[in-house]
Write a protein that binds this ligand. Sequence first.
Ligand code: NOJ
Ligand code: NOJ
Length: 616
Amino acid sequence: MIFQSLLAPCSILISLFASANGIPTTPTVNKRAELDAWIASQTSVSYFGILANLGSAGEKAYGASAGTLLASPSTHDPDYFFTWARDSGLVFKALVDEFIRTGNTELQIQINDYISAQAKLQTVSGPSGSLSDGAGLGEPKFNPNNTAYYGVWGRPQRDGPALRATVLIAYGRWLLENNYKSAAADIVWPIVRNDLEYTAQYWNQTGFDLWEETQGASFFTTAVQHRALVEGIKFAGSVGASCANCESQAPQIRCFLQHYWNGKHVVSNTNLTPDPGRTGKDANSILAAVHTFDPEAGCDDAGFQPCSPRMLANHKAVTDSFRAIYPINSGIAQGSAVAVGRYSEDVYFDGNPWYLTTLAAAEQLYSALYQFNKAGSLTITSTSLSFWQAISPSATEGTFPSSSSAFAALTSAMRTYADGYVAVVQKYTPESGSLAEQFNRNTVGGPLSASDLTWSYASFLTMAAARNGFVPASWGAKDATSLPSVCAATSATGTYSPATNTNWPDFPCTPAKLVRVTFNALAKTSVGQNVWVAGSIPELGSWDVGKGGVRLDASRYLEAMPLWFGSKTLEAGTAFEYKYVHWEADGRVIFEGGPNRKYTVPTSCRMGASVEGNWQ
Ligand code: NOJ
Ligand code: NOJ
């Protein structure tokens, strides 16, 4: 099971920090052990949170096609019941890395479904255009059944293709290493190829940023585009192809990347029309550092690596920009973690901290720690000095080998500081572990905006992996250092063709013992009524709804689609009969008419299944 593999390392840590009788040895250790325990439980909540939003069997994803990931199940205020290229790419990268680390075959099935869905999505024409000249690939979001979304939107967004290429390359590499060369070459590469061609052709044109608000150039977009082309070159070679446009454009993108640095911090958005006049301090840049982290790259400033003096200075500039503006941050001293939002001028839902940006602030630091330990030293420059002095007041410029006490003190201060960001998220996460998009900036706290944001859960998983020292594979940053002396506004016109092969080989897989079965009942009800499932097995109350029926949820109920949904984890192969029932306020139980419904929990490697039916 997915979550067990993640629980293991955490429980090992807990036992390390606890004495023989289980009582933690010192107060600091105690705090860390508590955080470890919370992270372990929040890790499994996050997995289930992601899978619940994934079509077609996800508990909260009724109506989404197989492999199509919703940004959130929220259908109003805000309506996120769509699939976004960016969110899906980032979330699936987390799942692919987890699959590679654990070999969890249930995850692999979802990954294959996602890739098959992407082959189809690339061919869907919409308001951004079509595949013929690549323009359609800049479309940021689609309906959950993979048709075009025609509403007014900030489009195009040019990070999506690059992020998708990055996930597919990570999985493609696994295929190659495990002797599935034709799946890598014939299924994965044709999709990646379109995305690389798009990136090489359009990187130098303006587009909407990751927050879908400003049109111009965005640091996050440029950084992930550079990464995709660099790893694209190597991946192309490994499947017997090539990417000449990647080779010609990658150095220019790296050149362009430099213009975002103003000497003190990254200016996340440039070339804006209209220019909203912001400071440019934006979690955009922290997310870029996290998603272009390369464990082989060292602390390269020009590559904006997490441990680079530039990005540490930037971390301070960005996080400090939220200290004064959120009441929940007031009174927190310099050098202690705070809640982090998108950017200080944000007004979306009144501009609150976000879970995923606060978690990214932690993740950047854990990734930096990995690098310092790997390098066996840590260097403080005039650029990063103020970052270090905030968390360790006696810090000075210099290079400190890992054998020095300064190294020990600095890295320990950094880890405590990083844990602080996770503790902020813990503090504002409800008991259930549900991660929305935002949490209230005011002292009342509480989740806000989209509920169960898939990306929030993924950012939790990648933070937890980084904290445990699990790092993603290198993407070749170390060798991609070519930097033209003068940047040129180049472009390479691509060629595009539909990826048609989605015939996956039969991968060996572990049969799922337990399957989460989701019941989707379409039942017109009146106010005050509810719908439950009662069935013949004890898990469904043995026909007694009070003894184990499943209460269904009406949060997506519409006249046109009177949906009641809910799920139950059952043993594979279990055969049972069931019915939908109303359990009235006065205690009466009213069974639907007709014959009993019959169902056998499928025996396969899939951990989720769903059934659908009209009230009869
Ligand atoms: C404005 C928000 O700031 C942006 O991030 C969001 O995507 C759109 N509205 C649509 O909800
Ligand atoms: C709004 C965010 O600003 C954007 O980054 C995201 O893609 C969408 N919501 C969907 O989660």
